[in-house]
Design a protein around this ligand. Structure first.
Ligand code: F6P
Length: 492
């Protein structure tokens, strides 16, 4: 493998467990005096990895910004821990991939191609277009995956377990196996998997590379059985692989890859503690002052095409148009945080979200009543405050690997909330029984589900919410991580 990172490669080969993901556990900024500032991130993978308290474990991630690249460059072999940064319980190797290669791989292939294919996001009369520019992006994606495989091969102890995350790194398992056949390699998809007819939109060689890349792993993990079977269907149809749907295995070119289903749950202990700190209480008081004694419909998302925010607003508008009894009696609190703003589609979508919110305000708002309160700046404690307050949580993605908001709201809800949930969210497999299920494209049915949630008797709402919270926390992040690690052990 060629040296694609800007740092010198100096294998230590001491790590018994490794994680690889595009976004790492820390990110950097630059202070006014020019020094680097470090920010620790959260999320399922960070809590999951905390289950193994091993300072020799290594997390390999990409530098996402200029400040990250500087930190990676200044650290020996990109090892942030060796540069004295406080990166958490494990070591971190940050790859200073050159910015152009990174942008083509991340924006061009990962987010504009693979994300779109798995979430069924293309408007097919005009997109996708696989032209010469796409081929340049694909080369960059291959180089970026090679840089990860190279770093993992350098850091891994003999026989180490390597857990590779997501669609950014679909080529890594096969590349790594070629370099280090002694390793036990897992890949985990945090997204849905495309059905065969949709994967077929990709150029044949690209679809094949993505599938065989993941099949380089000993185990390929998914959030639901539905996504695991979609992957198996694609392998059967396009590679001619042998699929055992009972045992959940795919055999191709003489090797068998086991498929695993691990439905990542909400981190109840963390959420319940965090949701009752003073900063959350403060924001809750502010929200309560806005809402008064009205009911609330809450949604919290990244401003992400797959989250279906626009149709959610259309459903709310339909509710207000068809059921005037809700005028002045309900407030829709919508938090739509910035995401992937380098992509034109996301910027246009954000504009559409804002414009529709303004239209709804203009159509129904009065001096005393704001029917829709939209915030677009990221504020985690305020999200938790909204979770606590919600009478109805609206989670209506077009398609979603899991959707942790659907799992988090019932856990921290103060009075019990009704959950309006898209049947296309992975979380529906576990929460469907106690949620109000909707087809995410059906505005009228979504409006009716909002009405049903708002009028649900308090006792029923609290009972359902309790069951939702239990299902949502069945597999906490630490166990989710350990299960995958144990399944990779010989005989696991
Ligand atoms: O759903 C896949 C995923 O990688 C999530 O784990 C995460 O919430 C999201 O995409 C974040 O994407 P990005 O790192 O591009 O902001």
């Amino acid at each position: 493998m060629g040296d694609l990172t800007t740092e010198r490669s100096n294998p230590t080969g001491a790590a018994p467990v490794l994680v690889a993901s595009n976004r790492g556990p820390v990110s950097f900024g630059t202070a006014d005096d020019g020094t680097l500032t470090l920010r620790r991130g959260g999320g399922g993978l960070v809590s999951g990895l905390s289950a193994i308290d091993d300072p020799d474990a290594v997390w390999v991630c990409a530098a996402l910004s200029d400040a990250d690249r500087r930190a990676a460059r200044e650290a020996p072999d990109g090892r942030l821990d060796r540069a004295g940064h406080d990166v958490g319980g494990q070591a971190v190797r940050m790859l200073g991939i050159d910015p152009e290669t990174f942008a083509r791989a991340y924006n061009g292939i990962a987010n504009s191609t693979l994300w779109f294919v798995h979430h069924l996001l293309w408007n097919t009369p005009t997109a996708p277009v696989f032209d010469a520019g796409f081929r340049t992006e694909w080369e960059a994606y291959t180089a970026y995956n090679t840089a990860f495989a190279e770093a993992l091969a350098a850091e891994a102890a003999p026989g180490a377990a390597v857990l590779v995350q997501d669609y950014h790194l679909s080529l890594v398992p096969a590349l790594l196996r070629a370099a280090r056949p002694d390793l036990r390699i897992g890949h985990f998809s945090h997204t849905p998997w495309a059905p065969p007819e949709y994967l077929r939109l990709l150029p044949d060689d690209i679809a094949e590379a993505v599938l065989t890349g993941i099949l380089g792993a000993d185990r390929a993990g998914f959030l639901t059985r539905r996504w695991a079977l979609a992957f198996a269907d694609c392998c059967e149809r396009y590679l001619g692989a042998d699929v055992d749907r009972e045992a959940l295995t795919v055999t191709y070119a003489g090797r068998t890859t086991a498929l695993g289903v691990h439905g990542l749950g909400a981190d109840a202990d963390f959420l319940r503690e965090r949701a009752h700190r003073p900063d959350v209480d403060e924001r809750l008081a502010t929200l309560r002052a806005t809402v008064g004694d009205r009911r609330t419909v809450v949604r919290v998302d990244r401003t992400e095409l797959s989250k279906n925010i626009v149709r959610g607003f259309l459903a709310y508008r339909h509710l207000l148009r068809t059921r005037p009894e809700w005028h002045d009696r309900v407030v829709h609190i919508a938090f739509a945080y910035p995401s992937r703003t380098d992509l034109a589609e996301y910027r246009a979508y954000t504009d559409q979200v804002r414009a529709l919110a303004a239209e709804i305000e203009a159509e129904f708002g009065t001096p005393d009543w704001r029917p829709l309160v939209l915030h677009v700046d990221d504020d985690f404690p305020r999200s938790l405050a909204a979770y606590r307050l919600a009478d109805v949580a609206l989670v209506n993605p077009i398609r979603d690997g899991m959707n942790l908001v659907a799992k988090e709201v019932p856990v921290v809800s103060d009075q019990g909330c009704a959950l309006v949930l898209s049947r296309e969210a992975g979380a529906h497999a576990e929460l469907g029984q106690d949620a109000l299920s909707v087809n995410p494209y059906d505005i009228v049915a979504t409006a009716e589900a909002l009405h049903a949630g708002l009028t649900m008797p308090a006792g029923e709402r609290a009972d359902r919410c309790k069951r939702l919270a239990a299902a949502a926390t069945a597999l906490p992040p630490q166990q989710w991580f350990l299960d995958q690690l144990n399944a990779l052990r010989p005989g696991g």
